[in-house]
Write a protein that binds this ligand. Structure first.
Ligand SMILES: [Zn+2]
Length: 160
């Protein structure tokens, strides 16, 4: 667990950097998203900013995903670098929905900031909606493939 007391850290400085190795247990990636089999390396640089903090984050590791076409599992390198603004959860009278809010992440407790939450969020955002084992993946080989092929080549002949 990496818990940062941001209030305390930024009493004495305006910039904080750290390097962490988070275990798969720390990250707790939802099972239907993918699977981490080894720890992820995280570099963070945090600076204080009006209304919150700016976090530059680099995440390296690998993730096991399921191909959306052929359903095989494959390992994909993660090399994420993101700039995120983090702010305290807005109170009721502060809520304003603006498009730029999409890049903002919220934290509950400035003295108890769990870095793994932000790492998990960024990993989830980096996972493609339809992961592919290979951009050229042909999908599941059908049992009736030969039949299909014949029909297809017949069609091709007609077209020529
Ligand atoms: Zn595939």
């Amino acid at each position: 667990m990496v818990i940062l007391n941001l209030r305390e850290i930024f009493k004495r400085r305006n910039r904080f950097t750290g390097f962490y190795r988070l275990s798969t247990k720390d990250v707790r990636l939802p099972a239907d998203m993918g699977e981490l089999t080894e720890p992820v390396d995280v570099f963070v640089e945090i600076t204080k900013e009006k209304g919150g903090y700016r976090v530059y984050m680099k995440i390296e590791g690998s993730i096991i995903l399921e191909c959306s076409r052929c359903l095989s599992v494959f390992s994909k390198e993660m090399n994420i670098s993101e700039n995120i603004k983090i702010e305290p959860y807005p109170t009721r009278d502060m809520i304003q929905i603006k498009p730029k809010d999409l890049e903002v992440s919220f934290f509950e407790d400035e003295e108890n900031f769990n870095l793994a939450d932000l790492v998990r969020e960024q990993i989830i955002l980096s996972i493609p909606i339809k992961p592919l084992c290979d951009p050229e993946c042909k999908g599941i080989p059908l049992q009736e493939e030969t039949k299909g092929d014949h029909r297809f080549s017949a069609l091709k002949k007609l077209l020529h």
